[in-house]
Design a binder for this molecule. Structure first.
Ligand SMILES: Cc1cc2nc3c(=O)[nH]c(=O)nc-3n(C[C@H](O)[C@H](O)[C@H](O)COP(=O)(O)OP(=O)(O)OC[C@H]3O[C@@H](n4cnc5c(N)ncnc54)[C@H](O)[C@@H]3O)c2cc1C
Length: 477
């Protein structure tokens, strides 16, 4: 059984960020993920690097300050995966937040960024309808325009992991599930299973960090020795992808639909990503199996209703939806409250044993700094100096297929992806390495090249590296 100084369990953005911080600081570290890296919450976000303008109302100023600084940092560090965009927040006559209030909020937002945000502006109705095709004019009093980032969430996580793996003492395994833990006085034995081959093995961790996102409570409850009490208030959020031909937006917009009760304060983002537009999100209790979470019909209807209210002439309906997805926010419960919208997005760290850390909550945007308290303590335990700024360095391995400039990968590209980007299944290759989420998206991007012909012609090459067969290619929707 191999002993590692540190093992991080969970290969979403939080685990990836901690893995990189430890690796760059010279600590021998293993990252273990039961599915593909970034295949759970961290590829199901609203894909914004943002300060969280909504959290100003909750007075979460410290979180907004930190998130805005991290947003502006990652816009610089990963310009190939994230872009700044002008978000339009249209305001109508009977809005809960009138234009003067939006004006103050946007000023505060820029102030909290230390004026590193591109400066906000307030636009007149006639300017807004010129900029936003199809937007309802009736009752429009203007719009606040502010700047946040849009990103490829799955790829940032992957590149953070690839960067850590440039260090010789860092190792990462996907499709490896921790199925049992045996905490001892000085270390932890982790029983692992390769879920593709069913092979079981053990590793020994002198320090272990669980970054399990929404899976935290379910996993730790089953580990005797931790006496774990549930800490999460899981909150489901759903999104739609709509073709940009049907909803031709050049700027993201922020909708504030009239809701009732807990839905009253919700905002819905409508964000153009190249040839698709992302619409989301909802916020409802997450009661299903988190491994197989899907948008409900009522969530899809809620998003379409809001779209039709803002874009009444476009006639958007279910037939315009290219695909949908849902994720679970791993919110940390505050007292006995269960209002998910008002629950803080701050992360929390728990330490059930002196060599065991658990981290949950937070925002994607703040991943770099969320785990620094843990990584600093671990560095000191091993007698290493801790450099918190080492993670300000740019990432060293760029993805072959980039989100904002799709190109059909050549055979050499596919070979590089298979060898360097660690996909293990056809789904890993399609969705997270190539950014293809549906067959219709492929057809829109490559009208001349049939999906089936392309992958069948590369089958021999791909089979050397990943699980794929002809049936799977044909079945892909
Ligand atoms: C709908 C929605 C929209 C959001 N939008 C934004 C946004 O726009 N911007 C933003 O900043 N944040 C956003 N967030 C928040 C952000 O996405 C999450 O906070 C973040 O992705 C959580 O990352 P994580 O690493 O904690 O969890 P995850 O990404 O879920 O990672 C946890 C990993 O642990 C693995 N795991 C679980 N059990 C085991 C085991 N036994 N062995 C090995 N591995 C295991 C899982 O497979 C999983 O990959 C959004 C969240 C949601 C749900």
């Amino acid at each position: 059984m191999k002993t590692y100084k540190t093992v991080v369990v969970g290969g979403g953005i939080v685990g990836a960020g901690i893995f990189r911080d430890l690796a760059l600081n010279g600590i021998e570290t293993l990252l273990i993920e039961k599915n593909d890296f970034s295949s759970q919450t961290s590829e199901r976000s609203s894909k914004m690097l943002h300060g969280g303008i909504r959290y100003l109302e909750n007075m979460d100023f410290a979180l907004v300050f930190e998130a805005l600084h991290e947003k502006n940092l990652w816009l610089k560090l990963t310009p190939h995966l994230a872009r700044e965009a002008a978000f339009y927040l249209p305001v109508y006559k009977d809005a809960k937040r009138p234009l003067w209030m939006i004006h103050i909020g946007l000023f505060l937002y820029d102030l909290l960024s230390s004026f590193k945000n591109s400066p906000f502006s307030i636009k007149k109705p006639e300017e807004v309808v010129l900029d936003i095709y199809g937007l309802k004019r009736d009752g429009l009093t203007g719009a606040g325009v502010y700047y946040d980032g849009i990103m490829d969430d799955a790829k940032i996580t992957l590149e953070v992991i690839y960067d850590a793996l440039k260090e010789p003492h860092a190792k990462a395994m996907n499709y490896t599930e921790v199925i049992k833990v045996e905490p001892k006085t000085e270390m932890t034995i982790l029983h692992c299973k390769n879920v593709l081959t069913n092979e079981e093995f053990q590793v020994c961790a002198r320090q272990v960090i669980y970054a399990l996102g929404p899976f935290t409570d379910k996993f730790l409850k089953n580990c005797p020795g931790y006496n774990w009490e549930n800490v999460l208030l899981p909150s489901k959020g759903s999104h739609l992808w709509i073709s940009a031909q049907d909803l031709p937006l050049t700027h993201p917009i922020v909708m504030t639909p009239k809701g009732q009760g807990k839905n009253e304060d919700r905002v819905i983002f409508v964000i153009p990503h190249g040839d698709q537009v992302l619409v989301g999100t909802t916020e409802v209790p997450a009661e299903e199996d988190f491994n197989n979470i899907k948008p409900s019909k009522s969530e899809v209807d809620y998003l379409l209703t809001a779209l039709n209210d803002y874009f009444p002439t476009l006639g958007l309906n279910q037939s315009h939806v290219l695909s949908t997805f849902a994720g679970v926010r791993p919110l940390v419960r505050e007292g006995s409250g269960n209002d998910r919208g008002k629950t803080s997005r701050e992360h929390k760290i728990f330490q059930p044993l002196s060599h065991t850390y658990v981290i949950a909550g937070g925002k994607y945007t703040t991943f770099r700094v969320m785990g620094q308290e843990i990584t600093k303590e671990i560095c000191h335990k091993f007698g290493h100096a801790y450099n918190r700024d080492i993670t300000l360095k740019p990432l060293r391995q760029k993805s072959i297929v980039l989100p904002f400039e799709w190109k059909l990968p050549t055979a050499e590209d596919l070979q590089f992806i298979c060898e360097q980007e660690m996909p293990k299944t056809f789904q890993d290759l399609l969705s997270r390495r190539l950014g293809i989420t549906s067959r219709s998206l492929w057809t829109k991007r490559n009208p001349q090249v049939s999906f089936d012909d392309y992958f069948k012609s590369h089958l021999l090459l791909l089979r050397k590296y990943i699980r794929i067969d002809e049936e799977e290619i044909i079945r892909f929707k």
